[in-house]
Design a protein around this ligand. Sequence first.
Ligand code: NAD
Ligand code: WQD
Length: 339
Amino acid sequence: MKNILVTGGAGYIGSHVIVRLHEEGYNAIILDDFSNSNKSVLKGLHKITGKDFRVYEGDILDISLFEKIFHENQIEGVIHFAAKKAVGESVDNPLLYYKNNVTGLITLLESMTENKIKNLVFSSSCTVYGQPDSLPVTEDSPIRPANSPYGNTKQIGEEMIEDTVKSGAFLRSIALRYFNPIGAHPSGEIGELPLGIPNNLVPFITQTAAGLRDSLTVFGQDYNTQDGTCIRDYIHVMDLADAHVQCLKYLENINNPNHFDFMNIGTGTGSTVLDAISSFENQSGKKLNYQLGPRRPGDVEKIYAQVDKSVELLNWRTQFTLDDAMRDAWNWQKKLSSI
Ligand code: NAD
Ligand code: WQD
């Protein structure tokens, strides 16, 4: 059984990837400092898989921890999720983001190349495109100057990996540029656990419906879209998780010892904020308390992916719809709130 190290494996996306890795016959090993996750996720993973995964609790900035993991386990590949991800917080505290996301990746790359660990899947983001000139956005679209330190850490991360590969290090890596991950495992045993007031749309919707928030404000009603609200490409976290496993298999089959590439992971379909609310209302059977409000600074008007590259190279495609994702997000919220 191949050992795969999953940094940030206790987090939202990482935990769903652990399940898919297990289903596909990999042995997932978690490294997490639990700075943005809760140990209860390990119980959820056990309920779904019947397995207790090996967990290294610690910081990706600690190179001795990577050395320990690589010496104690024969690691075939790494999926690197561990990062801070709150755009607003990164504007207020940029150095925290550069330290965690950039220095953390340097630490990982140093240790991987030193220990000859060949395969790396990196969590990047559609944020690297900013507002693209044409849609759907392809991988050929230009990278725009980042509009937050968080976004910049993803651009720098991709560049650092590419330069490391170009330098001749035996490293094969793909940066997956995720669009908007939403939803939860259909069992309701794992899902997104935002700390404090959620920044993202779907946790805000489900917390409002659960009575934890009074109402949702839709940010902007005068965008150049069919209903005036922003358009995003919402992808079910289970589909996103599957893309990681297919990506790992793809890397394992590349003969060239040096390889770097990047690809979009989305559904290819754009939905407005009002589409998302309507889907939630249909799936939950609940009327959401929301009002239309002013734009949120920094939001792009519309973005959705062209996914031809990942569909072709990874032999992957999405299985879940926006409605599925809303059903599963609500199922997860109901369990959390004991509704
Ligand atoms: P998350 O916060 O739920 O998971 C990240 C995990 O990494 C958490 O469990 C956290 O405790 C851990 N972590 C953070 N810093 C660490 C450190 N220094 N050492 C060890 N562990 C650390 O986030 P997520 O939504 O699962 O995102 C995973 C990755 O995907 C991140 O790199 C994020 O930037 C990227 N991404 C997320 C989204 C999204 O909307 N969720 C979109 C695009 C890209
Ligand atoms: C989605 C839509 C909001 C909350 C962020 C990061 C991006 C990436 C994904 C990591 C937008 C609207 C939201 C609310 C609303 N993360 N909205 N009311 O902004 O597309 O992307 O997460 O890489 O980098 O920026 O996601 O979920 O915050 O917003 O109307 O209370 O919902 O304006 O149109 P976003 P989001």
